[in-house]
Design a protein around this ligand. Structure first.
Ligand code: ADP
Ligand code: MG
Length: 455
């Protein structure tokens, strides 16, 4: 690819897509094209002068860093208006390095699953055979396989809970794949899709169709049940669906971000039904399991990574498998765009911060972490440790709470105390909200990673 400006810029776009917020990417970067590479300067064609200015003012440092990494030498990008930019080349990175969930986890109530998804909206990648079993997920895995083999027989309902990115959705899909292989009719929905269906049924007075549709399932797999919060009517409807299926010995599997006992917003009768069967959690994987997961993911992407590299990435201070995969994808992307082998050095430059940061920040003090957050946001240390006037947490405080809790493993009370006497609940809510956003927002993941690297 050396010397070909179009391909070099396409590679940069692949990386930028993972780093900058989606809206910025779509508005300013999508459709731009590499025109020339001469003496440390890559000329990029953009559609308007306005875009030129915006990219120069707001994104120059990021773009400079990415272009230099791809080219392998200090390289600046210069933007030039080129209204009819050729569009033959797809600027996105190859499929194997894109989060396979991107088109899949649609959040809006009426979202349908990926158009290419087979019946039941099942992602064939999320099978039992691609699920790596370790101490933290052993029970959930065993229960899921038991349920898939004999639906409605044991463990009904099966309730799986965990923090984000630990494999709940993967297991739900694996059950569906197994059921399809037995010619059964599994139905996978997120609770948002269920809600959307229900609202539509009420609006269009098609409740009978709605009931018939859900009653036809041999297995009903409902993901992210926590989103039924505040939806009383939908909860009632779900309660009836649950009863009808359960009475007919149809299997129900539910995934949630917390245990049934902790879903305070659910009606008592629904909550108690969730405890009829088996309730199991998934704990974050230990370093060995993380290494095995990385090796398995790399193998599936047809990329070879050695033990040293896998364990280097596995020691990144991350809590979810999804983030871990994101790191692996970044490494693979950088390797394929630059044509370099995947070595410890490449890992360090793909993930930033150098090997020191990869060694793990858990030995840092809370003060060092708070100082790093303050530096990143350009605010005084003292300000981060105070409540703002309107008494709400600021983004920087939420990020600090996340780092103190999820990475340095401070108790919520301690973290709250350090950052302006917040109570435990505020801290846990903030940490949860950051953790939830992390899954969908690579820019936020990048921010946290950048902060951790400078701690
Ligand atoms: P959750 O639904 O708990 O938020 P997901 O099921 O979406 O998490 O998992 C996030 C990503 O991590 C997925 O790509 C999934 O394949 C992967 N993953 C999680 N746990 C494992 C595991 N034990 N083995 C292989 N991949 C895993
Ligand atoms: Mg999920």
């Amino acid at each position: 690819m050396n010397g070909n400006p179009q391909r070099i810029w396409a590679a940069c776009l692949g990386q930028l897509q993972m780093e900058v917020p989606r809206a910025s990417y779509d508005t300013w970067l999508k459709g731009t094209v590499g025109l020339a590479l001469v003496e440390g300067r890559l000329t990029v064609g953009v559609p308007t002068t306005f875009a030129t200015e915006w990219l120069e003012r707001r994104m120059a440092p990021t773009i400079h860093r990415v272009v230099s990494a791809v080219v392998g030498a200090q390289t600046k990008a210069a933007f030039q208006v080129a209204p009819s930019t050729p569009a033959e080349e797809d600027p996105r990175p190859p499929q194997s390095v894109v989060d396979p969930r991107a088109s899949f986890s649609g959040g809006s109530p009426s979202a349908t699953l990926a158009p290419s998804a087979p019946e039941g909206g099942v992602n064939p990648r999320y099978s039992f055979s691609s699920f790596v079993v370790g101490d933290g997920n052993q029970l959930a895995y065993a229960a899921a396989t038991a349920v898939a083999q004999r639906p409605g027989f044991q463990y009904n309902p099966l309730f799986i809970y965990s923090g984000v990115g630990l494999g709940k959705t993967h297991l739900l899909h694996a059950i569906a794949i197994e059921a399809l292989a037995q010619n059964l009719h599994p139905m996978y929905v997120t609770s948002e899709q269920f809600t959307g269906d229900f609202i539509r049924a009420v609006k269009e007075r098609s409740q009978d169709d709605f009931r018939a549709k859900y009653r036809s399932a041999d297995l009903l797999l409902v993901d992210d049940i926590q989103f039924l919060e505040g939806r009383e009517q939908t909860q009632v409807s779900f309660f009836h669906t649950f009863n009808e299926l359960h009475n007919a010995d149809k299997q129900i599997v539910i995934a949630c971000d917390r245990s049934p006992g902790a879903v305070e917003f659910l009606e008592d009768r629904l909550r108690s039904r969730f405890q009829w069967g088996l309730v199991t959690d998934i704990q974050p994987p230990d370093v060995e399991t993380r290494t095995a997961i990385l090796q398995s993911k790399a193998e599936r992407a047809r990329v070879r990574i050695n033990e040293e590299v896998a364990s280097l990435i596995a020691r990144m201070p991350l809590t979810s498998v999804r983030e871990l995969e994101g790191c692996l994808n970044k490494v693979i992307a950088l390797a394929s765009f630059t044509g370099k082998a995947i070595t410890a050095d490449l890992v360090a430059s793909a993930l930033g911060g150098g090997p020191a940061a990869l060694a793990g920040p858990t030995t840092r003090t809370p003060q060092q972490a708070i100082a790093a957050v303050a530096r990143h946001y350009g605010i005084p240390f003292g300000e981060l440790c105070r409540r703002s006037k309107d008494r709400r947490t600021t983004e920087s405080q939420r990020v600090a709470m996340y780092i103190l809790s999820a990475i340095l493993h401070l108790r919520s009370e301690e973290a709250g105390q350090l950052l302006g006497s917040w109570n435990r609940r505020t801290v846990t809510n903030s940490v949860k909200s950051i953790a939830t956003r992390l899954g969908a927002d690579p820019a936020l993941a990048g921010t946290i990673h950048a902060i951790v690297a400078t701690m």
